[in-house]
Design a protein. Structure first.
Length: 264
C-alpha cells in the first residue's frame, strides 16, 4: 500500500469507527427513550367468580384441572413502545405449556389458551420486552409463572388464614387484606377486586399487584396508572371494582357445571 492509500484507508477506518460508535450510541439512546415504563401490574384472577362478570354463560368454561387462582396478565404501565414486530408461536412456549395450561388457562370457550397468551404477549409482553430478563416470549411467560408461584394466594387465604371458598360464609375486606399482607405487604401495593353477582353480592374476583421494573413490591406510578387493558368484565351486573370496606365479601367455590351461578 502506498502512503496515500494507507492514509485514505486510515481515514475511512476512523470514519467507519465513528459511525459505528455513533449508531451504537443512538441505538442505546433510542432504547432508553422507548423503555421508560417503571411499573408493572401482575393480575391474578379467581376462576370461581370469573364467569359472573360475563353476560353470556355459554362463553365460559372452567377446565376440570383448574382448582386455584390463575394468571390474568402482567402489564407494564404507561408504555411508550410495543414491539408488534415480534411474533409469537406456540412452539416458543413448548416447555412452559403444561404449567401455563395449569396457571394461565383461557376460561372462554371462544378462545384457546394459546390465543389468550398470544394476545397478552402482543398487547403487553412485547411492551415490556425492552428490559433484560423479559426480552422474549419464553422469558416473559417464564417470569409470569415465577411470579404466580411467588404470589401464592391459595395458600395465603386458605391454608394460612382459613379463608376458604364457600357459598354460605362471607368475609370482610380486612380479613382478606390481612391474609394477603404476608405476600403483598401493605395495602398500597395491591388492589383486591370484587364483582357483583346477580343477587347483588360482592364477590372476590381479582388481585392486582403493583411491581417495580426490578420486580420488587410497591411501585406507584405518579400520574395515575396509565392505560390498562380493557376490563374483561363489563356486564351484566357491574365491572370489577375495589372490594368495598363495609360489606360482606363472598369467595365462591369453583363450579364446573355452572360457572356463572356457582352459588344459586
Ligand atoms: C352466547 O354465546 C354463544 C357462543 O358464543 C352464542 O352462540 C350465543 O348466540 C350467545 N347468546 C347471546 C344471547 O348472546
Ligand atoms: C392449590 O391450592 C391448594 C390450597 O392452598 C394447595 O394445597 C395446592 O397445592 C394448590 N395447587 C397447585 C397446583 O398449586
Ligand atoms: C356451606 O357451604 C359449604 C360449601 O361451600 C357446604 O359444604 C356446607 O354444607 C354449607 N353449610 C351450610 C350450613 O349450608
Ligand atoms: C427496585 O426499584 C425500586 C424503584 O426504582 C428501588 O426503589 C429499589 O431500591 C430497587 N430494589 C432493588 C433491590 O434493586
Ligand atoms: C355482552 O357484553 C358485551 C360487552 O359489554 C356487549 O357488547 C354485548 O352486547 C352483551 N351481550 C348481551 C347479550 O347482553
Amino acid at each position: 500500500m502506498d502512503m496515500l492509500s494507507q492514509a485514505l484507508y486510515l481515514v475511512a477506518f476512523q470514519i467507519g469507527l465513528t459511525l459505528t460508535v455513533k449508531s451504537d450510541h443512538q441505538r442505546d439512546k433510542q432504547q432508553t427513550k422507548f423503555c421508560t415504563w417503571k411499573c408493572l401490574t401482575f393480575a391474578l384472577q379467581w376462576p370461581g367468580s370469573f364467569c359472573l362478570g360475563l353476560n353470556n354463560s355459554t362463553e365460559c368454561r372452567i377446565p376440570s384441572n383448574i382448582k386455584n387462582w390463575t394468571i390474568h396478565g402482567l402489564w407494564p404501565l404507561k408504555v411508550q413502545h410495543c414491539c408488534q414486530c415480534w411474533p409469537i408461536f406456540h412452539s416458543d412456549l413448548k416447555e412452559l405449556d403444561p404449567e401455563l395450561n395449569q396457571f394461565w388457562p383461557s376460561l372462554l370457550k371462544t378462545q384457546s389458551s394459546f390465543n389468550f397468551w398470544k394476545d397478552e404477549w402482543v398487547k403487553h409482553g412485547s411492551c415490556a420486552a425492552c428490559v433484560e430478563g423479559i426480552n422474549s416470549p419464553a422469558r416473559y411467560f417464564q417470569l409470569c409463572l415465577i411470579l404466580r408461584r411467588h404470589f401464592d394466594i391459595d395458600r395465603a387465604l386458605s391454608a394460612d388464614a382459613g379463608i376458604k371458598p364457600s357459598c354460605n360464609q362471607s368475609y370482610q375486606l380486612d380479613d382478606i387484606s390481612g391474609a394477603l399482607a404476608p405476600i403483598t405487604g401493605n395495602d398500597q401495593n395491591a388492589e383486591i377486586q370484587c364483582i357483583k353477582d346477580e343477587k347483588g353480592r360482592e364477590v372476590l374476583v381479582q388481585l392486582k399487584i403493583l411491581l417495580s421494573r426490578n420486580l420488587t413490591l410497591g411501585c406507584h406510578p405518579k400520574e395515575g396508572r396509565g392505560a390498562e387493558p380493557e376490563p374483561v368484565w363489563q356486564g351484566p351486573n357491574s365491572p370489577a371494582h375495589p372490594c368495598p370496606q363495609k360489606s360482606a365479601i363472598f369467595y365462591f367455590p369453583i363450579s364446573y357445571e355452572h360457572p356463572r351461578q356457582p352459588c344459586d
